[in-house]
Design a protein around this ligand. Structure first.
Ligand SMILES: C[S@@+](CC[C@H](N)C(=O)[O-])C[C@H]1O[C@@H](n2cnc3c(N)ncnc32)[C@H](O)[C@@H]1O
Length: 261
């Protein structure tokens, strides 16, 4: 049994629901207080799979881009404590109005409004009476693909690719300093297309972690969620792709890293 999760490998055949291969294809599962309407959220199965493989009950999970609280809801259901941070106060309040309806007395679920580049994580952990946390789930803006707010500190408002990577690098430094050594973090990121070429945001961000000394443990490819709106657009994009020289994005990445020092 790995020491960092609750999987009992003696009964390994009972874990059909836990993915162990690198291509992920899901239909959104939207139970309970999850809210699929937050533009740019991820489907609950992404944090659920990560928390099953890399955390155990009682661990603390940090999501520095909590948005509608998908990670926090999954963590709470699984008996993991969680801390969410987002720049937008109204987004955090709206998320907690739902999260609190599914209270789990076994664990704590806490939210903070702030800039994850600079928020004082020491004062957060001191307030919670913990030394560190055991997993960080990163789901930042895919640079400027969706503009989340007018705030200059919002990563979706970075003026250039370099500025976006610099900002995200600051978030990584600030929020992984108190990630427990030998534990894991994951990044969900997609690519973008601009000026007739691919901007491989996923791989740029992956390289940031590698440069900072993290061990790359997984590159998972996940297909895009097929909402009704997107299905209607598929024909238009298929036509555009056929009439030109590009392929339509149908996937994003989940990278898993281990903190060695
Ligand atoms: C891709 S969304 C995350 C969605 C989330 N995983 C969910 O399921 O709802 C990115 C979030 O990052 C927030 N954000 C952008 N820049 C930030 C920063 N510097 N510090 C904290 N949050 C930030 C945005 O407000 C947005 O809610």
């Amino acid at each position: 049994m790995p020491w960092y999760n609750d999987i009992d490998t003696k009964n390994w055949k009972e874990y059909d629901d836990v993915l162990t291969t690198s291509f992920w294809s899901f239909h959104r599962e939207n139970s309970g207080v999850h809210n699929a309407s937050y533009h740019g959220n991820f489907i609950p199965q992404v944090p659920r799979q990560m928390f099953k493989r890399y955390t155990k009950k009682g661990d603390w999970i940090l999501d520095p881009f909590m948005g509608s609280g998908t990670s926090l809801i999954e963590a709470q259901r699984m008996g993991r404590n969680s801390i969410g941070i987002d720049l937008q106060g109204d987004v955090v309040s709206e998320a907690f109005s739902r999260i609190n309806q599914e209270n789990n007395p076994e664990c704590k679920t806490i939210g903070f409004v702030g800039d994850s580049k600079t928020i004082n994580v020491d004062s957060i952990t001191q307030r919670l009476g913990i030394k560190n946390y055991q997993f960080v789930m990163f789901h930042p803006p895919y640079w400027d693909i969706i503009k989340f707010s007018e705030n200059n500190n919002d990563l979706s408002n970075a003026a250039t690719l370099e500025a976006f990577l610099d900002d995200f690098g600051q978030v990584i430094d600030n929020t992984t300093r108190l990630l427990q050594k030998n534990r894991y973090c994951a990044l969900v990121m997609g690519d973008k297309y601009a000026n007739s070429q691919i901007v491989p945001l996923g791989f740029h961000c992956m390289n940031l972690f590698i440069q900072k000394g993290f061990l790359l443990k997984a590159i998972l490819v996940k297909d895009f969620d097929r909402t009704r709106g997107k299905i209607n657009q598929q024909a238009i994009w298929r036509y555009r792709a056929l009439a030109s020289d590009f392929y339509v994005f149908d996937h994003e990445y989940i990278f898993v890293f281990k903190k060695l020092r």
